[in-house]
Ligand binder design. Structure first.
Ligand code: SIN
Ligand code: MN
Length: 210
């Protein structure tokens, strides 16, 4: 009988205030392939620097793939069917879709893969992901490149928070009671990972929009 290669079952995730974190989900080869996929996305949907509704430029640069992309400008935070250039968002890379189905067990594919790029000094303040229509769908996050100090709180601002350094290849799921948890990235350790030759951190978040 031929040998059948069975993929190793994933270990149980860490629990960071209800957020499930799988350290090292993607190995170095898979991380490099994901970076190539993101470069392809960025060729048709270049990174841009959003401004907050108050007109403050964000330190993170962004782009998206999928049916919708997340944008922010003077008109507010929202999902948009096209890149600010007017072009359609490119498709979500296959490996990213495969992760979504594996980690969530859901048949429906995500509507949006938001791509955040953190250069030296970039951060993201505590916020909830609440521009989506239905919070019963989870949000799945993938970290690539430099370490990022990820902070998670409860569903109200100002409560207790917990932090963890997310490393390249780690996957996190905000689902169930943690779907509306406040979260953010306090800082990155610039050039802590060799994955991106120029340094920096990429975070992908997969969301169901409508
Ligand atoms: C986000 O909340 O959109 C990004 C989180 C992260 O960069 O880990
Ligand atoms: Mn978020």
């Amino acid at each position: 009988m031929k040998n059948r290669v069975v993929s190793a079952p994933r270990g149980s995730p860490l629990d960071l205030g209800g957020v499930a974190v799988w350290p090292g989900w993607f190995d170095a080869g898979a991380q490099a392939a994901l970076v190539d996929d993101i470069r392809t996305v960025a060729r048709s949907a270049p990174f841009f620097r959003p401004v907050t509704p108050r007109g403050q430029p964000m330190s993170v640069r962004m782009t998206s793939a999928g049916r919708y992309g997340w944008v922010s400008d003077r008109r507010g935070y929202r999902y948009a069917p096209r890149h600010p250039s007017g072009a359609d968002w490119p498709p979500i890379p296959q490996a990213v879709l495969a992760l979504w189905h594996e980690v969530t067990g859901l048949d429906r594919a995500p509507d949006c893969c938001l791509v955040n790029f953190y250069g030296e000094g970039a951060r993201m303040g505590l916020h909830q992901d609440r521009d989506e229509a239905d919070f019963s769908w989870p949000v799945v996050s993938v970290s690539l490149g430099d370490d990022g100090l990820f902070r998670v709180g409860g569903q109200t601002r100002g409560g207790r928070t917990q932090s963890l350094w997310l490393k390249s290849g780690d996957v996190a799921v905000l689902g169930g009671a943690a779907r509306l948890a406040f979260h953010g990235v306090d800082r990155i350790r610039f050039r802590s990972s060799p994955l991106l030759p120029e340094g920096g951190r990429i975070n992908l978040t997969l969301r169901m929009v409508d």
